[in-house]
Design a protein around this ligand. Sequence first.
Ligand code: ZN
Length: 323
Amino acid sequence: MHRKFFLLIAFSFIHQQIFCWGFYAHKVINHQAVFLLPPSMMVFYKPNINFITEHAVDPDKRRYIVAEEGARHFIDLNTYGVYPFTDVPRKWNEATEKFGEDSLYKHGIVPWWINIMLQRLTNAFVQKNYPAILKLSAELAHYTGDAHVPLHTNNNYNGQLTGQQGIHGFWESRVPELLAENNFDYFIGKAVYVEDPLHFAWSIVLQSASATDSVLLFEKQLSNRFPPDQKYAFEERNGMIVKQYSSAFTIAYNDMLNDMVQRRMRQSIFAVASLWYTAWVNAGQPQLEANANIQFSASDSTAFKLLDAGWQSGKSTGRTCEN
Ligand SMILES: [Zn+2]
């Protein structure tokens, strides 16, 4: 084989490692959610849709520089027993009383974090702080999207306990990257008001947890049917040839899951738009301006640069989506 080809493949693996899995889906979710908003919100969100889309992945980048960040993206519900995990108090104070903060952080805090981000976004609306509205909208959407991923609710998050390493990125990146563009339908309807956001966040992670068994089992069953040289193939990803789950294997998996990935992406988009809308309603429906002059502070700009630099260094402080 030519040396050049080897180099290309080697480079692709490095690139794959730093180009975090899941970025594609997060950006689609943030982008599409804007179109579910009522006109009085869309007037502000639409002109800023590029920011909301690009910054969909800031929380994942932050994992590379802030140790506490990791726990905000998942909750290993299976470590608390069996579905519907009634042993875990849904309220933070009761949960900390029962398990202690350290233990909760260790197993992930995503449903509680969604609620905290919602409150922060509500405050930003009250203050009509446009840069904060944009940053918090993008980030709340990220955590809400993560909560919809079954493997974000299980300690076997990358199939590492069952010999299925790679399944995390397979479900949340390979499937949507291969199929979303031409096959996923984003006509979803309108955002709705969420009466009880904490309960809403919990219902999302519970649905995710109930899907985890099929996510793992179907991959295993399919792997028994596909010889390794057909399970993986050198195919194009982001303009490069990389070894990854083959298209045939990916399509067969998606069929077995009966389009679960699309369903969870659609539900993510609906949940994101509904939480943005809820924050705005709870803030008293402030009038948003289409031509708002959005000035990010110097410290915001520095923070964005640090996020990129940390992410490009590739040294995560905790669990990452490409594990
Ligand atoms: Zn994440």
